[in-house]
Write a new protein. Structure first.
Length: 317
């Protein structure tokens, strides 16, 4: 049984409408109202549990009351609940909609990844250097490690959400962070690779042009497009369904970080064709992930909205 817990601080004049909305919904349980008990902001404390599949309708109604502006709304996941009434309502009335994403929660997760602290740029640089070592030493393990360390997918999904919601500020912040972060990663990997070349520390195989790892990165083709599109689909679905194991698979499927590292390494070793190929790979991946992200967010909302209509409930989208 999937449920969420909601805590509200409601101004006294809004409480009757908020409580009326909650008591009138058959998927709301364990409603508690404590008049005048909340502080900062002051108001009435209201708590309840809601079946996750029907939560979108309730949350939309609460926000229409402007509770988040005049009071507050806090959403928490319920790890375990025992309620025969709730379980019966979920099984008999919600059907497939029981597994619908709570869109406020999904967007909150994406927005959290769209906060660009100094650590975002540090991780990008470190991932780039790891990727550079992997390219120079022909180590596929290090390339995978670089993909896992890179934090860029959070920024990409944040831009996609901004486009989906028409939020120009979020789009601008995300694109600036991606541009600045990847530029810094390319610069540092260039300096690192230039130092390796100056000290003649690169492996002999790399000098001889035996670069199987680099060839996979700097030659974008139809397979690059297929992998990126599929990874983008899995990434958004895993975010909406909160499946971190699948999201990790996305991180190690998309060659954004290795491509940025490839640009730096290729420039340091004066391999201009490879540098152009790596840059094309980087831009291709970023653009495709953003486009697929926007399309998948809208597609999933449409699918769950359709399921909700078929179930007679408007909570899917």
């Amino acid at each position: 049984m999937e449920m969420i817990h909601i805590r509200l601080v409601s101004p006294a004049d809004l409480t009757p409408r908020a409580v009326g909305l909650l008591t009138g919904d058959r998927y709301v349980f364990n409603l508690i109202v404590l008049p005048g008990r909340a502080r900062n902001p002051d108001g009435d404390a209201v708590e309840c549990d809601i079946l996750a599949g029907a939560a979108n309708t309730v949350l939309r109604g609460l926000r229409d009351l402007e509770l988040e502006r005049r009071g507050s709304i806090v959403i928490e996941p319920v790890e375990m609940a025992f309620s025969g009434t709730a379980a019966e309502a979920e099984r008999q009335q919600l059907g497939a909609l029981a597994h619908a994403p709570v869109w406020e929660e999904v967007e909150a997760r994406i927005r959290a990844e769209g906060t660009y602290l100094p650590s975002f740029y540090v991780y990008l640089v470190i991932a780039g250097v790891i990727g550079a070592v992997g390219i120079i030493t022909n180590s596929q393990i290090l390339i995978v490690a670089a993909m896992v360390v890179g934090p860029e997918y959070g920024a990409i999904t944040s831009v996609a959400l901004g486009i989906d919601r028409g939020n120009g500020t979020r789009i601008r912040q995300g694109l600036i962070a991606l541009t600045a972060g990847f530029s810094l990663a390319v610069l540092v990997t260039f300096l690192f690779s230039w130092a390796i070349r100056s000290l003649d520390l690169q492996p002999e195989a790399f000098d001889l042009g035996i670069r199987p790892v680099s060839t996979l990165i700097d030659a974008p083709n139809v397979f690059s497009v297929v992998v990126t599109v599929l990874a983008g689909i899995v990434g958004i679905v895993s975010l909406t369904q909160a499946r971190t194991s699948a999201l990790l698979g996305v991180f190690i499927s998309v060659t954004t970080i290795p491509a940025a590292a490839g640009v730096g390494v290729s420039c340091a070793f004066s391999s201009w064709r490879e540098a152009r190929g790596s840059l094309a790979q980087l831009l291709l991946n970023i653009v495709l992930l953003i486009v697929v992200g926007v399309l998948m967010l809208r597609f999933q909302r449409a699918v769950w909205r359709y399921i909700g209509r078929r179930s007679g409930i408007s909570g899917g989208g």
